[in-house]
Design a protein around this ligand. Structure first.
Ligand SMILES: Nc1ncnc2c1ncn2[C@@H]1O[C@H](COP(=O)(O)OP(=O)(O)OP(=O)(O)O)[C@@H](O)[C@H]1O
Length: 376
């Protein structure tokens, strides 16, 4: 996939530097390409010590120092911008509210939509920058007519287009992903960082949710929302166990269920539904998780909108595979039918639609229709 004429002229680029290896190499490559690059680390926690500490990658004071050192080695100016309040309002509070409502949100998409390619981009544009550069693995392509498209990274194993599926054409027009066409392993990116003298070369990858310091989402939610004991019921409504807060569960979850009564067939049970209104979690057999259709709201299109009804491929989670769907936009709601039923789809998750490698757009899953399948 070739880069664009627009992108081949030098740009004033603001490189978002997390303190991790990917964004450091991305900033260095943008500088190598002749762009006028400035680094910025986003302070996203009101209390940086409470964010994940050490080397796992986001928003500690240590991370901002790592980003600064990388900028010094690359030889670019560097700033720390405090977007903690915006991040708290738009990402953390939304995350808590979504779980409280029984849904399963993806805060990374939300952060890309509201922070990196909104709050950060808007500030960058106001200061005269042309583009924001990140270490995401995805590709922006400019067509002959000047329109922008978002495509999967060359290396499918590292592709992060799913979490960027919320970006519209205006945001894409100001996005630079220098790692997107990289057909190298993470070890090779680390070797490149080493060659460039970047001390973050050996820093471990970030995982999970950056604002949950210890990775314990249930604990974080319990702390925010308090204990709310309720029933775990089977599909017939019979109480089979108890829980301390329906918000702590995810559809498809098997582990961590306190079920006193074993299933009649002796098979494992999974979370099928979460009802915040009556604080009830419904469990049942794996086959009852199969979903044949869904509706999704808040559609965001990466290119021409609205999309034509037709066959697309869909991705339902950040590291999930592709599945074939029929999708159509009806009165602002995306209506999706799966060619083959898929298992464990949760309201709140994003569905990202693709046409080949091109991201068509995304929407937030509102309702799912269970497939009528026999038990397996
Ligand atoms: N606190 C931050 N400040 C500035 N930019 C950030 C910050 N957190 C993330 N980013 C940007 O968003 C990109 C994707 O974030 P993600 O958390 O997925 O990091 P990553 O893929 O592990 O990359 P890295 O190795 O650079 O941390 C990063 O490459 C970086 O450009």
């Amino acid at each position: 996939m070739t880069d664009t004429p627009q992108r081949s002229r030098p740009l004033r680029v603001l490189a978002a530097m997390s303190g991790g290896v990917d964004s450091a190499v991305a900033a260095a490559r943008a500088a190598d390409a002749g762009h006028d690059v400035t680094g910025v680390h986003l302070a996203l926690s009101a209390n940086p010590q409470s964010f994940r500490t050490g080397a796992r990658g986001c928003c500690t004071i240590e991370d901002s120092r790592d980003a600064r050192r990388a900028a010094d080695v690359i030889g670019i100016p560097f700033y720390v911008w405090d977007l903690a309040e915006r991040f708290r309002e738009d990402v953390v509070e939304d995350f808590v509210a979504e779980y409280e409502a029984g849904r399963t949100p993806n805060p990374c998409l939300r952060c890309n939509e509201k922070i990196k390619f909104a709050a950060l981009l808007d500030k960058a544009l106001a200061l005269g920058f042309d583009a924001v550069c990140t270490g995401h693995y995805a590709q922006v392509v400019t067509r002959a007519d000047g329109s922008r498209e978002l495509h999967r990274a060359s290396d499918m194993a590292k592709d992060q287009s799913y979490v960027l599926g919320v970006l519209d054409e205006r945001q894409l027009a100001h996005a630079l992903f220098p790692l997107g066409d990289t057909l190298t392993t993470k070890d090779e990116i680390r070797a490149e960082a080493e060659r460039r003298g970047l001390a973050v070369a050996k820093k471990p990858d970030s995982h999970d949710i950056c604002f949950i310091a210890d990775g314990d989402t249930q604990g974080f939610l319990a702390n925010r929302l308090g204990k709310a004991e309720g029933d775990i019921v089977d599909e017939s409504g019979t109480v089979v166990g108890s829980h301390e807060g329906a918000y702590g569960f995810t559809i498809g979850q098997r582990k961590g269920l306190r079920i006193g009564t074993p299933a009649a067939d002796g098979k494992p049970r999974y979370v099928l539904d979460i009802s915040p209104v009556d604080n009830t979690v419904t469990v049942g057999p794996a086959a009852a998780l199969d979903v044949s259709a869904l509706t999704a709201v808040r559609p965001r299109w990466c290119g021409t909108a609205p999309i034509a009804p037709g066959t697309y491929t869909a991705q339902l989670r950040a590291h999930g595979g592709e599945t074939e769907v029929h999708a159509a936009l009806v009165d602002g709601t995306l209506e999706v039918t799966f060619t083959e039923p898929v298992r464990g789809v949760a309201p709140g998750q994003a569905i990202v639609l693709y046409d080949g490698t091109r991201v068509v757009g995304s929407a937030t899953i509102a309702t799912t229709a269970r497939a009528a399948t026999a038990d397996v």
